[in-house]
Design a protein around this ligand. Structure first.
Ligand SMILES: [Zn+2]
Length: 243
């Protein structure tokens, strides 16, 4: 039943999308984020993103770049320089911030930020590792970053609170329809921004929680393209919709 509803809405959206007098006053921007520097972000997701001309936002732990099964700095440079991807901070070592004292948290956040700055990479956005930070750490992060993404599945309406963003994370075992439904819900609710989060695309990377089959990822991209939503980076969205 839910699938039937989904396909009816998708058909409706397609029909409306063909109408030059588009009646949608508010259609959400889509941000696609990629956390934790898995090698498959480059080998599996990036080529598909290129097919659709979409630029993503990759949140990286800079201490792990170049490690086994992880992105390399050269690959990150390609994402940014060839395809206008955004890179964001995610702490040096993917720490659980609330477990750290001030100095430890400062080092994890500041040195990660500095690694982006020194490589002339974008450094506007930060994603909380595993979604956790205390209030003091929120204000510390905001000394370095304009945009902060939590792990909450929030609805975003302009003016969005760019220091308290949320996302819908693709989870292991999901079908593409779950993410498509979230996008349809956002259109129905006149949300201004939907952030969709991915992690690994290769089962061999042993991501038990947020692994996404490349074919499901492709299906999600096809859906976004079919209903003609605009994919932009997180910082672009914050600049357009933020307070
Ligand atoms: Zn992470």
């Amino acid at each position: 039943m839910k699938l039937i509803k989904l396909s009816i809405i998708a058909t409706l959206l397609l029909m409306l999308g063909c109408d030059s007098t588009d009646t949608f006053t508010s259609r959400p921007y889509i941000c696609l984020t990629f956390d934790d520097q898995h090698q498959s972000i480059f080998t599996e997701a990036y080529p598909l993103m290129e097919q659709f001309g979409f630029a993503g936002t990759a949140f990286i732990n800079t201490a792990f770049i170049g490690a086994n099964n992880k992105l390399t700095w050269d690959q990150i440079d390609i994402l940014v320089n060839n395809s206008n991807w955004e890179i964001g901070g995610h702490t040096l070592h993917h720490v659980n911030l609330p477990e750290l004292n001030y100095e430890e948290a400062y080092e994890e956040i500041y040195l990660d930020w500095l690694a982006l700055v020194e490589r002339d990479l974008p450094h506007h956005s930060f994603a909380l590792p595993s979604g956790h930070a205390n209030l003091e750490q929120f204000s510390l992060i905001s000394e370095f970053y304009e945009n902060i993404r939590t792990s909450l599945n929030l609805r975003h309406y302009a003016p969005i609170n760019r220091q308290y963003l949320g996302y819908a994370a693709f989870q292991t075992g999901y079908s593409a329809d779950i993410i498509k439904s979230r996008i349809i819900e956002a259109i129905e609710n006149h949300e201004d921004l939907v952030i969709i989060g991915f992690h690994s695309f290769d089962a061999a990377e042993n991501d038990q929680i947020t692994f996404c089959e490349p074919e499901y990822f492709q299906e999600i991209l096809e859906f976004i393209a079919e209903i003609d939503l605009e994919v932009i980076t997180l910082h672009q969205a914050c600049e357009l919709l933020g307070n």
